[in-house]
Design a protein around this ligand. Structure first.
Ligand SMILES: Cc1cc2nc3c(=O)[nH]c(=O)nc-3n(C[C@H](O)[C@H](O)[C@H](O)COP(=O)(O)OP(=O)(O)OC[C@H]3O[C@@H](n4cnc5c(N)ncnc54)[C@H](O)[C@@H]3O)c2cc1C
Length: 135
């Protein structure tokens, strides 16, 4: 059976992992690695700083979704990828061998893209910083 490893379990990673399993069924074993237990529903984050939602209301548990469809879910950080040996190393759960790898670790915020952005902007895309603006 082919081993598929997906790093990142939000919109891109979860969609890829679920679709690969749905289409290839028992031909693949899919392991999804994400450093967070729950998925953060970004579009609703805008309501958190103004107190219209609690952070707990924009978190979606991943484990039951993956378990129901026969995917393995590992909560951990991927720390290294070795494309020669086809191995993903994690911080706490050792290494995972793959035949196919999907990297869906998301965009990285660049607050230095233009003068003034860092000083004058407030980013609501992190669950902790978002919550800190409440009230
Ligand atoms: C406030 C806000 C509102 C938004 N509203 C909309 C909207 O209405 N419509 C829309 O289309 N888009 C919206 N977006 C943009 C949208 O959220 C992003 O485009 C989308 O989240 C990108 O999905 P992704 O799966 O590529 O990455 P992400 O959502 O960033 O997911 C990456 C995942 O990878 C995991 N990860 C990262 N590094 C590692 C690692 N080393 N090891 C293990 N796991 C790792 C993270 O924990 C995370 O779960 C919004 C964004 C924000 C901030």
């Amino acid at each position: 059976m082919k081993q598929v490893v997906v790093i990142g379990a939000n919109f891109a990673g979860a969609t890829a992992a679920l679709e690969i399993k749905r289409k290839l069924k028992n031909q693949v074993e899919v392991t999804v690695i994400d450093r967070k237990e729950d998925s953060l529903y970004f579009p609703s984050l805008i309501w958190v700083p103004i107190g219209r939602r609690d952070i707990s209301q924009v978190l979606i548990p991943r484990r039951p979704v993956f378990a129901k469809r026969g995917l393995k879910f590992v909560v951990d950080s991927a720390t290294m990828i070795d494309p020669d040996t086809r191995i993903v190393e994690t911080a706490k759960n050792g290494s995972f061998k793959y035949d196919e790898l999907v990297i869906a670790t998301g965009p990285r915020l660049n607050r230095d893209i233009a003068p003034g952005v860092r000083q004058h902007s407030c980013y609501v895309g992190f669950r902790t910083r978002c919550a800190r603006h409440q009230g």
